[in-house]
Design a binder for this molecule. Structure first.
Ligand code: G3P
Length: 214
């Protein structure tokens, strides 16, 4: 499973990249708004640090405008994927953009039918938001399982990004589901490395090593 970081924070992105496990980054307007840097400058800097795709969201609402905006975003760097919210206008834009070789990440996906239509329109990535479904007492991971099954049934090449991840168990469930990618907030990524028994074990080994005659 590929690991993307769900952030627009350069320090977090540089840190995760230094661990050697980072495959890409996803941003959205909310995440971008938290950073104190001009939008295009920030995106260019992120794209230089990240080895794989960097998703940047279109904020236009009509297909014609989405296409125009996406073409501009795609010019910022070679590894840009343009996030487009699912909808009729988004589907029309996705069809055109994917035909031009621009990678689309269909976002704000909350149903299997939305994911099916996005794949048919040629989207490169689909982003079901599991945490926001959990928030309203729906089983977010059940949606991932359905989309994995549907895409496998028909051989769709669209990659599934498990998004709106809130805790390490979501990542385990994403990996078990066979989803292609999990996009993870940095604090969750940090928690994934940790285990109290590892800390206790290291402490004990170091203590015992200090008694070894050398
Ligand atoms: O990748 C989507 C993600 O940024 C949304 O997360 O926590 O705002 O639901 P959240």
């Amino acid at each position: 499973m590929k690991i993307f970081l769900d952030t627009a924070n350069l320090d977090q992105i540089k840190e995760a990249a230094s661990w050697g496990i980072l495959d890409g980054v996803t941003t959205n307007p909310t995440l971008i708004s938290r950073e104190n840097m001009k939008f295009e400058e920030l995106v260019r800097k992120i794209c230089k640090v990240v080895p794989g795709p960097v998703s940047v969201e279109s904020v236009s609402t009509r297909a014609k405008d989405i296409v125009e905006e996406a073409r501009g975003l795609a010019k910022l760097a070679d590894n840009i994927a343009v996030k487009i919210p699912i909808g009729i206008e988004g589907l029309k834009a996705t069809k055109i953009l994917s035909g031009e070789g621009i990678k689309v990440n269909t976002t704000l996906v909350f149903s299997s039918n939305q994911a099916l239509l996005a794949a048919k329109a040629g989207t490169a990535f689909v982003s079901p938001f599991i945490g926001r479904l959990d928030d309203i007492s729906h089983e977010g991971m059940a949606l991932i399982d359905e989309i994995v099954a549907i895409y496998n049934n028909y051989g769709f090449e669209t990659e599934i990004i498990v998004a709106s991840i809130r805790h390490p168990l979501h990542v385990v469930e994403a990996a078990l589901s066979g989803a292609d990618i999990a996009t993870i907030p940095f604090p969750v990524l940090e928690k994934m490395v940790k285990h109290p028994l590892t800390d206790i074990g290291i402490e004990r080994f170091l203590k015992d090593w200090s008694k070894v005659k050398r």
